[in-house]
Design a protein around this ligand. Structure first.
Ligand SMILES: Cc1ncc(COP(=O)(O)O)c(C=O)c1O
Length: 415
C-alpha cells in the first residue's frame, strides 16, 4: 500500500471535493424565485403586494412532512426556542437533551430559561432511551431527540418513555430534513419538530427554519409568539394565526427572499436525501472488507447519508481524520469529538442574563453541574468517532476515492 499523503506520499485526489448538500444544487430556479420577490418589491411576508411565498413554503412543508401545521421561521434555533415555549416549557423546567449535539439545542433550552439535562447517546450517536428514563425528575418537562447527521434517533422507545412520564417530545431534525423513521419523515413524529435551512443543511435558504406539529394549539402558540405575539390583527395580509388573544412575543419571521429560495429547495429535498443515502451506501459497501465500525442506525432504510465510524481511541480518530483530509477527502472530528456539555460556556453555566437564570436563579434553584465524566459512554463513543462529508453531487469517482482513501488510511493506521 502506498505511503500516506500525511507522511509525504501522493494523495488519493487533488481536485476539490463537493462539500455542501442543497447549496450545491442552487441554479437559475432559485435566482428566478428571488428575482420575482424583488420585482414585486415585497420582501416582507405581510407587505402590500406580497406574493405569499412564505405561505406557499408552509403548505409545501405540511405536505412533504405529512403534518397539519408548519411554521416558517428565521432559523432552526429560533424554531427550537419557539417550539419549546409553545409546548409549555417554563423557567426552571428541566429539558433532557443528548450529550452529543450542536450547541444550538442547548442554547434554545437556556433561552427558554429551562435547565438542560444531558442524557447518554448510544452507538447511533442519538439519545439512549434508558438514559432519558434515568434522568427524569418531577421537574422534567420535555425531551429533545436530535437526529444527528442524517440518522433518525430511535423514536419509538423514546416516545414510550416520554408518554409514560407525561413529558413533551421535541424533535431536533435540523440535521435530518427528509430522513425517515419507520417510513415517516422525522420532525413530524413527536409533539413538535424543528428543521434548519442554514447553508450546511440538506436544503437551504442561507438562514431559516421551520416548526412542525400535529397539535393545533402548539402551532397557534408558536405562530403567535414568532410574530410579536400576534399583535397585528388589523394589519393587511394573511396573518391567520392571530386568531387568539395577543400576547407579548418576538419577531422570528422568515423573509420572502429566504422563502423564495426555500420554495425551490424543498422540491430538491428527495433528490438530496436519496443521492446522499446512495453515496454513503456505495462507500460502506466498497469498504466492507475493512471491518470499519460504522455508527448504528435505528432505521437504516430512512437515513439521509451519514458516514461516521468509530476507531479504538480519540488519538487514532484525530489521526484518521487528518490522514483522510491529506488524501483530499472531507473528513473531520464532529464538534472536536466532544460532548456539548464540555463547551466552556456550559461548564461555566455562563449566560447573557444578568440574573443568571436558569443556572443561578433565585426563583428556581438548581444544582446541575456540567463537566467531564457526566455521560461517560457518550464521551467515549463520540471521542473515537470520525465523520466524512457526503454530498448529493458526488460522482461515482468521488465515492471510489473515499473508499480508496479509507483502505489506504486503515491499512497504515489500523482502526
Ligand atoms: C442539531 C442542530 N440543532 C439546531 C441547529 C440550529 O439551526 P440554525 O443554525 O438554523 O439556527 C443546528 C444547526 O446547525 C443543529 O445542527
Amino acid at each position: 500500500m502506498s505511503r500516506l499523503a500525511i507522511d509525504g506520499g501522493s494523495p488519493v485526489r487533488e481536485t476539490p471535493y463537493p462539500r455542501g448538500r442543497g447549496i450545491e444544487l442552487v441554479d437559475g430556479e432559485e435566482i428566478a424565485g428571488v428575482t420575482k420577490v424583488l420585482e414585486a418589491k415585497a420582501l416582507f411576508r405581510y407587505a402590500y403586494g406580497a406574493l405569499g411565498t412564505s405561505d406557499g413554503v408552509e403548505a409545501g412543508l405540511r405536505e412533504r412532512f405529512r403534518v397539519p401545521h408548519a411554521l416558517a421561521v428565521s432559523s432552526g434555533t429560533a424554531g427550537l426556542y419557539t417550539a419549546l415555549l409553545a409546548l409549555g416549557v417554563c423557567a426552571g423546567d428541566e429539558v433532557i437533551v443528548p450529550a452529543v449535539t450542536f450547541v444550538a439545542t442547548v442554547n434554545a433550552v437556556v433561552a427558554a430559561r429551562a435547565v438542560p439535562v444531558f442524557a447518554e447517546v448510544d452507538e447511533s450517536l442519538t439519545l439512549d432511551p434508558a438514559s432519558v428514563e434515568a434522568n427524569l425528575t418531577p421537574r422534567t418537562r420535555a425531551v429533545v431527540p436530535v437526529h444527528l447527521d442524517n440518522v433518525a434517533a430511535d423514536l419509538d422507545p423514546l416516545l414510550e418513555v416520554a408518554r409514560r412520564a407525561g413529558i413533551s417530545v421535541l424533535e431536533d431534525a435540523a440535521q435530518a430534513a427528509g430522513v425517515t423513521y419507520r417510513g415517516v419523515p422525522v420532525g413530524g413524529i413527536g409533539d413538535a419538530g424543528v428543521l434548519s435551512f442554514q447553508q450546511g443543511k440538506n436544503i437551504t435558504c442561507g438562514e431559516g427554519g421551520a416548526v412542525l406539529t400535529t397539535d393545533q394549539s402548539v402551532y397557534e402558540r408558536a405562530a403567535q409568539f414568532h410574530d410579536q405575539g400576534g399583535q397585528f390583527v388589523t394589519a393587511t395580509g394573511s396573518r391567520e394565526h392571530t386568531a387568539g388573544v395577543p400576547t407579548l412575543g418576538m419577531n422570528l419571521r422568515m423573509t420572502e427572499l429566504a422563502a423564495a429560495v426555500l420554495d425551490v429547495q424543498l422540491g430538491r429535498l428527495d433528490n438530496v436525501v436519496t443521492s446522499c443515502r446512495e453515496h454513503a451506501r456505495t462507500i460502506r459497501t466498497a469498504t466492507t472488507g475493512l471491518g470499519l465500525r460504522w455508527r448504528r442506525m435505528p432505521d437504516a432504510d430512512g437515513e439521509g447519508g451519514s458516514l461516521m465510524y468509530f476507531v479504538s481511541s480519540p488519538k487514532l480518530a484525530d489521526r484518521h481524520a487528518a490522514a483522510l483530509r491529506a488524501e483530499g477527502i472531507p473528513a473531520g472530528r464532529m464538534y472536536d469529538g466532544m460532548p456539548v456539555y464540555l463547551n466552556q460556556a456550559v461548564v461555566d453555566r455562563r449566560t447573557v442574563w444578568a440574573d443568571g437564570c436558569p443556572f443561578h436563579c433565585a426563583h428556581h434553584p438548581t444544582n446541575h453541574r456540567y463537566g467531564p465524566g457526566l455521560c461517560p459512554r457518550s464521551e467515549d463513543l463520540f471521542g473515537r468517532s470520525v465523520i466524512i462529508g457526503v454530498s448529493p453531487v458526488m460522482t461515482a469517482r468521488d465515492c471510489a476515492d473515499v473508499a480508496l482513501a479509507l483502505h489506504k488510511v486503515t491499512a497504515q493506521l489500523g482502526d
